[in-house]
Design a protein around this ligand. Structure first.
Ligand code: FAD
Ligand code: MLT
Ligand code: ZN
Length: 474
């Protein structure tokens, strides 16, 4: 594969790119560029001469055509909320921002589909569905800024995946601009379209390395007629897994959220979070934030109360509170979604976004915490996450008073220890955030070699000049 330019394109070439979108949408001012060069964890600081903000698929196509002809590297960017550095230009690449492609082209309530341009912010997509008495169930803590294109490109998971599926399962159609500027239009609203290779899925989770998603058709679901949210104290992860299994088989509704949270990070939230209150009167070693939904307008709350009563009798739950209203339910979710932020004031945090089979989560947690605190005495594992998917954010905060840089310098050592345990439990080193730059060098150590070779083949075929997000994933 020919390698693209690895430095800022010459001024005359920059002006050819600018001419495609118009000067107003060819951002070169360092202050305007700055927020697009760093990512939320501050792990990476990139550099770029220009951010292009195309206003149409045709402009995206013209940009890629020129980039391919001139071997100019491009980094697609949506909401810049990715957590593996995939959206950051490390080497002077041009940023291709999809944020101006922000139209919801159609909502078809009969077919239960919504056609969104890539730059539609997830929250806006959710609200548009709700305004049509439908549910678009993808839900992440970053939903106020992340975009549909980024969600598909990172194959996002989030808190509703256990009932509705991950981003890949919510996509039915996609419009993609290929590296050479060709536009592949598979924007169909068809659940079944068995006409050859299912190319749509190649671009979901490809993190901008195979093509630029400019629009997608996503699934809508009937809006639940009742939703109940409970914050539970549980004695252990084992009890939480048993509770999940029981809830999924006994509750007359669907378990649409099941988040496991360790007490230590609840302490962080109480200390550093805004408008965060302890939902239960006493402290518990572990918590579950549980949401159940039903198409029945009545009866779910009683059913849930009865279920929790029996769970308490079986010592699976030590305390419970049901949200009395939507505001309280939102307050529970607000606390859950601040968990990303409230780790920061505690200093360095070494992150893991891993998954193991649900039944193996308790063993993974016990082994990982034992290994990590032996490796770095005083380090503070604060696992939380989507237990229903076996997906744990096994984040480790530095020992109190330790030097942040020294602690973060151990990132590789800690990852190696934790990943070894994940693999022992047949898990994945990246459950939902993707590979990006952060896990690029780990991937070859864990991926099936034939699969990795095939990934490289696809990359060579689809992006022979290597202009699409070079250095990410592969
Ligand atoms: P960006 O960050 O802009 O880009 C992400 C990747 O996609 C990059 O590789 C980029 O090059 C590529 N890309 C972006 N747009 C396109 C496009 N149109 N075509 C092709 N490639 C493109 N993630 C989860 O999965 N689950 C969670 O629960 C979750 N919670 C989060 C909570 C917080 C507070 C934060 C900050 C992040 C969280 N994330 C979570 C991570 C992040 O929000 C998701 O990965 C999200 O899908 C990224 O969307 P984005 O639009 O910000 O993409
Ligand atoms: C979340 O679920 O909150 C994120 O995926 C994890 C994180 O931000 O570390
Ligand atoms: Zn998550």
């Amino acid at each position: 594969m020919n390698s693209p330019m690895r430095h800022a394109p010459a001024p005359d070439l920059l002006s050819r790119f600018a001419a495609i979108v118009g000067d107003k949408y060819a951002v070169t001012d360092p202050n305007d560029l700055a927020p697009h060069l760093i990512e939320g964890r501050g792990l990476y600081h990139g550099r770029s001469a220009m951010m292009l903000k195309p206003g149409s698929t045709a402009e995206v196509a013209a940009i890629l055509k020129l980039a391919n002809e001139t071997r100019t590297a491009i980094v697609p960017q949506g909401g810049n909320t990715g957590l593996v550095g995939g959206q950051i230009p490390f080497d002077g690449e041009l940023i291709l921002s999809l944020t101006r492609l922000d139209k919801i082209r159609e909502i078809d309530v009969r077919s239960n589909t919504m056609t969104c341009e890539a730059g539609v912010v997830l929250q806006k997509a959710q609200d548009a569905a709700a305004a049509n008495d439908r549910l678009f169930p993808l839900s992440l803590g970053s939903e106020g800024s992340c975009t549909i294109g980024g969600n598909l490109s990172s194959n996002a998971g989030g808190t509703g995946a256990l009932a509705y599926g991950i981003a890949r399962e919510l996509m039915v159609g996609v419009e993609v601009v290929l590296a050479d500027g060709r536009i592949m239009n598979l924007l169909r609203k068809l659940k079944k379209d068995n006409t050859g290779y299912d190319l749509r899925h190649l671009f979901v989770g490809a993190e901008g390395t195979l093509g630029v998603i400019t629009a997608a058709v996503v699934k809508l679901f009937p809006r639940p007629r009742s939703v109940e949210t409970a914050f539970l104290g549980v004695p252990s992860p084992e009890a939480a897994v048993k509770l999940l299994n029981l809830a999924q088989s006994q509750i007359a509704g669907t378990v649409t959220g099941f988040e496991l949270i360790i007490r230590e990070i609840v302490e962080f939230a109480l200390k550093h979070g805004h408008n965060v209150r302890d939902p239960l009167a006493s402290k518990h070693p572990w918590y579950v934030l549980m949401e159940v939904s039903s198409q029945q307008a009545e009866g779910l709350r009683d059913n849930l109360e009865e279920f929790l009563g029996s769970a308490i009798e079986q010592d699976l739950v030590t305390d419970a509170t049901l949200a009395a209203n939507l505001d309280q339910a939102k307050a529970f979710w607000h606390m859950r979604h601040t968990l990303t932020e409230v780790q920061k004031p505690e200093g360095g945090s070494i992150k893991h976004d891993v998954s193991v089979p649900v039944a193996e989560v308790p063993a993974f947690l016990a082994e990982a915490s034992d290994a990590v605190t032996k490796l770095i005495p005083g380090s503070r594992p604060v696992p939380f996450g989507h237990l229903g998917d076996g997906n744990i954010h096994y984040n480790v905060s530095q020992p109190v008073g330790a030097d942040k840089a020294d602690f973060l310098a151990r990132w590789g050592d800690v990852n190696a220890v934790v990943d070894k345990i994940v693999l022992k439990h047949n898990g994945s080193i990246s459950a939902e955030h993707g590979i990006g730059r952060l896990k690029r060098d780990t991937l070859p150590k864990v991926k099936d070699p034939v699969a990795l070779a095939l990934m490289r083949d696809f990359k060579r075929v689809l992006d022979p000049n290597g202009i699409l997000n070079p250095g990410k994933v592969l």
